[in-house]
Design a protein around this ligand. Structure first.
Ligand SMILES: [Zn+2]
Length: 69
């Protein structure tokens, strides 16, 4: 049975009834607000993701400039 009850979703941002096109948000604006929260670091876990990617020296990529004239 895959009959889903038509529960009125509420926008987690402003608590207005969600719109079909922007579920679970009520509008694109609120969807953007939620997205911005991610980007602004509200949900970012303090870790060393960037350090791992940036601090790792890549062998054979630096100081290997052989110029064959
Ligand atoms: Zn909203």
């Amino acid at each position: 049975m895959t009959e889903r009850p038509d529960l009125p979703l509420r926008c987690p941002i402003c608590r207005k009834p969600a719109a079909e096109a922007y579920r679970p948000f009520c509008s694109k604006r609120c969807a953007d607000v939620d997205l911005n929260r991610w980007f602004s670091g509200a949900y970012v876990v303090p870790g060393r993701d960037e350090e791992d990617e940036d601090g790792e020296p890549k062998p054979g990529q630096s100081g290997r400039d052989e110029r064959d004239a």
